[in-house]
Write a protein that binds this ligand. Structure first.
Ligand code: NAP
Length: 246
């Protein structure tokens, strides 16, 4: 009987979380990978993981896919316009590290986050923490707020400069101007607003947390799972603006 399920398991975070569960000793046959499309999860099936299809937009499919599951990691989808219905997630450091080439080319980071700070962490760390939370042996439900050490975009620019030796500065724009700039760079209006929205959240402090949950879970020793506890772990993460989680 499967015990653990991970939704969005064909995506980047979900795939890492499944790998973490297996690395921590959960038998592959005890893991259900819930995917939008089975075609994208052949490698998981090859590893012995149970692959089941479900669509967040059709709750009935989730009921069937989660039959027999005791503990669930619900990974949100990335579909624009569906972020609330499909849930939102924490802020990944990769949102910035994936852009370092562009920062260096432009000599600047442009945004509208002001001096707001961001408790981002690497996607791999979120996956490891999520797997640890699923395996944790605590009584009752528990909410985890996951975030890394906070930084701001001016500090990020200094870090990139320090690491590469190439001067990169942060240019802060009013939110509307930032969205217009994104449009001039080729995004349509809705996408520009979607991309700019997280910066407004950062400016408000919504993406900052002093929670040590991530550090604690990351330090969690790897151990074999305990079986048959029949309850679900809950996980809460710092909440990006609901219209644009990343
Ligand atoms: N805040 C951040 O910094 C940040 C950064 C990155 C990601 N995220 C969010 O974190 C979540 C996971 O990230 P990720 O990098 O793993 O994203 P991802 O690689 O895009 O994975 C999303 C997963 O959701 C599945 N999915 C999409 N629509 C679905 C639907 N209607 N029903 C069921 N499953 C559906 C996808 O399946 P298919 O591929 O088969 O469609 C995929 O497995 C996403 O919400 C993403 O937006 C946040």
């Amino acid at each position: 009987m499967p015990s653990y399920a991970v939704t969005g398991a064909s995506g980047r975070l979900g795939r890492l979380a499944v790998a973490e569960l297996l690395a921590r000793g959960v038998p592959a046959s005890d893991v259900v990978a819930v995917v939008h499309s089975r075609a994208r999860a052949a490698d998981l099936a090859d590893r012995g993981v149970r692959v089941r299809e479900a669509d967040y937009s059709s709750p009935g499919t989730l009921v069937a896919a989660l039959a027999g599951v005791e503990r669930l990691l619900l990974v949100s989808s990335s579909e624009a316009g569906q972020r609330v219905a499909h849930h939102v997630n924490a802020w990944c450091t990769e949102n910035y590290t994936d852009q370092i080439g562009r920062y260096l080319e432009a000599g600047e980071i442009v945004g509208a986050a002001g001096t707001g700070r961001i408790s981002a962490a690497a996607r791999r760390d979120y996956a490891a923490a999520a797997a640890a939370a699923l395996l944790e042996d605590e009584a009752g439900n528990r909410a985890y707020e996951l975030g890394g050490r906070a930084f701001g975009l001016p500090g990020l620019a200094r870090t990139v400069t320090g690491a590469t030796g190439a001067p990169v500065t942060y240019r802060d724009l009013p939110a509307g101007e930032y969205a217009s700039r994104l449009q001039r760079a080729g995004l349509d209006e809705a996408t520009a607003r979607f991309v700019a929205a997280p910066d407004a959240s950062i400016a408000r402090g919504d993406l900052q947390t002093s929670s040590q949950d991530l550090a604690r879970l990351r330090g969690h020793p790897r151990h074999a799972p305990r079986r048959g506890r029949g309850r679900s772990a809950q996980r809460r993460q710092p909440r990006p603006d609901q219209s644009g989680g990343g």
